[in-house]
Design a protein around this ligand. Structure first.
Ligand SMILES: *Cc1c(COP(=O)(O)O)cnc(C)c1O
Length: 490
């Protein structure tokens, strides 16, 4: 069963995936996860698809009869045999999560989410149109469009911050083909997009969003539990590959550094730990928008601060939704406390989690952040001392790793999640390498390929030939009407 983080409202796993967010604004969480036994060791050495089937059935048993079929999409959509290969990177390891169809880690979840959602709708005996609303800081939008375009019985609407994503990310979205897709640039930042979409859900739950009575609204953001569960799998896969590579034996701890924005990816690591995977520390890596670093170090979450546009736009977020799930688990399911924090956050712009809760959070989490210069330096160092080309988000991860290791010399293997292909951010990566980039992203990508000997992923190179199909720019206020009736606007 899945419970709201803000009340005793419960739904089955299948219904929770379909609903996306609880009517009280809370997120769905499985309160029994920490106590339900799971054979983590039994996952070691399995192929990715077999591992995925076991782990996802543990979280989403209602989909068990279809799970084998669902996970079979991975080898078809990912270009690496390991799906998420682990490669040594100096004194750490890099977990490459970007070998999917849109070159970012979001593909791991969004390759299977459409299958969960349509299966859930069919299981309910309904044939209502499923309308997927997605706020994106850059990568979720395209991965969701790729997963849902032309899926019968669905429509998908994406909101991205105008001027707040890389040129490659923008082109990936605005050139998206498909009869059921809608893409809007919003004059605002990611937080504005996320807030607008959450508001649309709240209005829809209250029955006061005109035009949506006939539809089922759901989310492709990591507020949907169906987005998080597939991400748990690659923590197991990384650990299994550490064993294969002789870095540890089962039971010894591994640390994970996670470039973080909405706190979904790192929360999946925490879920893996709750299932018995020997995870040591989860190190939350932030860019200059270091609200999570401040939270983990001080216990005060304060969104009242300047918003920076950085070279790692998918982490330019000040309100990290999934932190709510961590508060739920770390407080032992204290929904009254969680509701109180969230009320403080929306009304006053901050909350204080208190010493006891923070002690429990710090048992598993550490935090570091990187300035733009530190990120660029990490990209340079990866390239010139290890011959490894990394993207800007992963650059933040490696910069954080260096800081963490300097403070905590430990022998535990440290895995850095490599969240996107460097070719999604060719201008920033080229300039980090000391080159002078031009204005054209495709030319910059070509130069980056020439320099590194790594080829540009086909899905990105091919964008140059595509037509722009979505050019609407809307205000934050218009997110509500566009959510209700996307076709009327775009
Ligand atoms: C989404 C994203 C992140 C942040 O992940 P969260 O789950 O939002 O914390 C980091 N890097 C890249 C490349 C992303 O697309």
């Amino acid at each position: 069963m899945y419970q709201s983080t803000r009340s005793s409202y419960v739904l089955s796993d299948v219904a929770a995936v379909l609903k996306g967010i609880a009517p009280d604004g809370g997120l769905f969480a499985d309160a029994s996860l920490p106590s339900r036994p799971f054979d983590a060791e039994g996952c070691m050495g399995l192929r990715y698809t077999e591992m995925a089937e076991k782990i996802m059935c543990h979280h989403l048993p209602g989909f068990a009869p279809k799970m084998k079929e669902i996970v079979s999409v991975y080898p078809k959509k990912f270009s690496s045999e390991k799906i998420t290969p682990l490669v040594p990177a100096g004194d750490a390891y890099s977990l490459e999560l970007y070998h999917g169809p849109t070159s970012a880690f979001k593909d791991v979840a969004l390759s299977v989410l459409p299958l969960f959602i349509t299966a859930a709708r069919d299981a309910g005996g309904s044939d209502a149109l499923v309308s997927i609303l997605t706020a994106t800081s850059g990568d979720t939008g395209k991965a969701a469009l790729e997963g849902f375009h032309d899926v019968p019985g669905t429509e998908i609407t994406v909101f991205f911050p105008d001027g707040g994503v890389s040129e490659m990310q923008r082109l990936q979205m605005v050139t998206q083909e498909g009869k059921n897709v809608h893409v809007f640039a919003v004059r605002g930042n990611f937080d504005d997009c996320q807030r607008g979409v959450k508001e649309a859900f709240a209005l829809n739950s209250a029955g006061s969003l005109p035009g949506t009575q006939e539809k089922m609204l759901t989310s492709a953001n990591s507020i949907n539990i169906g987005r998080l569960v597939p991400q748990v799998v690659y923590y197991f896969s990384a650990y299994s590959q550490l064993i294969e590579q002789g870095a540890l034996v089962f039971g010894e701890k591994a640390d994970f550094v996670v470039p973080t924005g909405n706190f979904g990816d790192i929360l999946a690591g925490y879920m893996a730990k709750l299932m018995g995977l020997p995870v040591g520390r989860l190190i939350c890596a932030s860019n200059a928008n270091n609200v999570l670093y401040d939270f983990i170090t001080t216990g005060v979450y304060d969104r009242r601060r300047e918003f920076y546009k950085t070279a790692s736009p998918s982490m330019d977020i000040l309100v990290s939704s999934n932190l709510e799930r961590l508060l739920f688990y770390a407080s032992g399911g204290d929904t009254a406390a969680v509701s109180g924090y969230m009320k403080d956050l929306s009304e006053n712009g901050f909350y204080n989690a208190g010493a006891d809760l923070m002690e429990r959070i710090r048992e598993s989490f550490s935090a570091e952040f990187a300035s733009e210069e530190e990120c660029a330096e990490a990209i340079r160092e990866a390239y010139f001392s290890r011959g490894m080309l990394i993207d800007t988000h992963t650059g933040v991860g490696f910069a954080a790793t260096k800081k963490y290791m300097a403070k905590n010399p430990s022998s535990a293997p440290c895995v850095v999640l490599s969240t996107a292909s460097p070719f999604k951010f060719p201008t920033a990566v080229l300039s980090a390498l000391g080159e002078v980039p031009g204005d054209d992203d495709f030319e910059n990508a070509r130069r980056l390929a020439e320099l590194s000997g790594v080829s540009v992923p086909e899905n990105l190179a091919g964008l140059k030939e595509k037509h722009i199909l979505h050019s609407s720019v809307i205000s934050k206020e218009e997110i509500i009407t566009c959510s209700a009736c996307p076709g009327g606007q775009s």
